[in-house]
Ligand binder design. Structure first.
Ligand code: UD1
Ligand code: F6R
Length: 353
């Protein structure tokens, strides 16, 4: 039931602290009698050795599920040392791309029934790859046909746009990376830091959701726009793609997620005083590069909304508004308001770093 919420999507967005907790329950273990921090994925324990011996791990999915895999790829690469590639299910089928028995193919799907992903699974099975599912729906076709897998346990997702499944999928793939990476001494510090961050994640999400009203105010001022660009890099390239997908399908507005590292190879031509641009600049390995992206966008008088980690408002905004703020949309009441929201819209966002 929707409870106090206006629609299921809103309910599911607000459920994330609980759905993330359920995703990790019984799988992420720390403290107590067992001091070491460990990961236990029941559905994979008999297959980890085979996965570790694979030539590559290939993530396959569509839409939001693909984006979730893209967000998790760097962690898996770092912890496993195995080549990790990405396939959009329909494109793999269109190309009849290479797939070998030495591959581990990971199928990511909330519903477990998406036709393209299911066909790609059949293709991978024919090519004798080890097929792993990451699904939300117990008993779904993908859960049944994969050799093994992990249920994300996010609870039923009724809203058409995938929301809470996205964050649970990323968490499952981070746990998958920890499980495949094993307990190599060289990874110990990184493993423990990731596990601590995962335990902390539901609280971080709870804090984020307190910004709901501020986001609604900002959204009201953007809804009349033609287009909205999202710039991210590193882990947050996936965030940029996923957000622009949501803007398209929920707000019915054109939006494009852009890899910030590609900005000067074409997209910079779009930047002017009117097109709103969201830049994700959290405290991760890409922070200083994003600071310089912000400066370059500012030099072009870009209309920026910067999403940054807690406490970084100054680090990402000092140069941003001086000078050009007054030149945006002179005159109309709506646009004066827009400026005001811009000035207060630098808010806190903390992702898995
Ligand atoms: C399982 C039980 C859970 C129980 C726990 C106790 C189910 C669905 N889950 O959770 O209720 O509390 O043991 O130890 O009964 N699988 C696939 N493809 C997929 C997803 C899963 O083949 O896409 C397979 C797994 O390899 C596994 C089984 O389905 O054999 C259940 O997976 P999962 O629910 O993730 O396992 P547990 O977390 O151990
Ligand atoms: C976006 C969305 C779609 C799905 C895609 C894959 O909000 O819902 O892009 O993510 O159709 O669906 P699943 O994950 O069920 O395979």
């Amino acid at each position: 039931h929707k409870g106090n919420h206006e629609h299921y999507m809103q309910k599911e967005i607000h459920e994330q602290p609980e759905s993330l907790t359920t995703t990790m329950r019984g799988r992420l273990i720390r403290g107590g009698t067992c001091k070491a921090k460990t990961v236990l994925l029941g559905g994979l324990k008999d297959h980890l050795k085979t996965i570790r011996r694979s030539w590559r791990i290939v993530f396959i999915g569509c839409g939001t599920s693909y984006n979730a895999a893209l967000a998790a790829r760097p962690i898996l690469e770092k912890l496993s040392g195995i080549l990790v590639t990405m396939e959009i299910a329909s494109d793999l089928l269109d190309r009849q791309g290479p797939m070998y028995r030495e591959d581990t193919a990971v199928f990511v799907s909330q519903s477990g029934e998406t036709a393209d992903t299911l066909h790609a699974l059949e293709y991978a099975l024919q090519n004798a790859a080890l097929c792993v599912g990451i699904t939300n729906t117990v008993g779904s076709a993908i859960a049944r046909k994969t050799h093994c897998g992990v249920h994300i346990n996010a609870g039923a997702e009724i809203g058409v746009a995938s929301t809470k499944a996205y964050t649970s999928q990323i968490v499952v793939m981070a746990m998958l990376a920890l499980a495949i990476g094993g307990d190599a001494i060289s990874n110990q510090a990184r493993r423990e830091a990731i596990i601590d961050c995962l335990f902390d994640l539901p609280n971080k999400v709870r804090d984020m959701l307190k910004l709901d009203q501020e986001m609604k105010d900002l959204a009201k001022l953007l809804i009349a726009e033609q287009s909205l660009l999202m710039f991210g890099r590193g882990y947050n390239y996936a965030t940029a793609l996923e957000r622009s997908l949501k803007v398209k399908e929920v707000a019915l507005m054109h939006s494009e997620g852009i890899l910030a590292g590609e900005m000067k190879h074409g997209p910079l031509a779009l930047v002017d005083e009117s097109l709103p641009i969201v830049v994700i600049a959290t405290r991760d390995a890409c922070f200083s590069k994003q600071q310089s992206v912000i400066q370059q966008l500012h030099a072009r008088k870009g209309r920026l909304i910067v999403m940054c980690s807690s406490g970084d408002a100054t680090a990402v905004s000092r140069q941003k508004y001086s000078g050009s703020a007054k030149t945006w949309h002179k005159g109309s009441l709506k646009c004066q308001k827009l400026q005001k929201v811009h000035l207060s819209a630098t808010f806190q966002k903390k992702w898995i770093t």
